[in-house]
Design a protein around this ligand. Structure first.
Ligand code: SF4
Ligand code: SF4
Length: 96
């Protein structure tokens, strides 16, 4: 989980560092979601579960969960907005 210490007033010095690899398979420990300025908001009523958004996420932050619903990993979503662009049903909008 992204810690409560990170908010809009946080300095870049408080964020998780990138480009540092101390041992294999540690990328999941870097909560790059802290870098995000916009977040995807999913409208389940509009979602047709076509899963076009799943493979396009560059951070592998969208998966298919229980009941075949998509799940966002907000610890690692960087808020790029690609999922929102590809959704043909306008079921993902980006918010500040
Ligand atoms: S692309 Fe849109 S409609 Fe398709 S699964 Fe993703 S959110 Fe749902
Ligand atoms: S905003 Fe970008 S990083 Fe976040 S879930 Fe969508 S595609 Fe992935």
């Amino acid at each position: 989980m992204i810690s409560d210490r990170i908010n809009e007033q946080s300095s870049w010095r408080d964020l998780t560092e990138g480009n540092k690899i101390y041992e294999p398979a540690t990328s999941v420990q870097f909560n790059t979601g802290e870098w995000r300025t916009q977040a995807p908001v999913h409208d389940e009523a509009k979602c047709k579960q076509c899963y076009l958004c799943v493979p396009v996420c560059p951070d592998l932050s969208i998966s298919v969960g229980d009941n075949d619903k998509i799940v966002f990993d907000m610890d690692h979503c960087k808020g790029c907005g690609i999922c929102s662009k590809v959704c043909p049903f306008d079921a993902i909008r980006m918010e500040e």
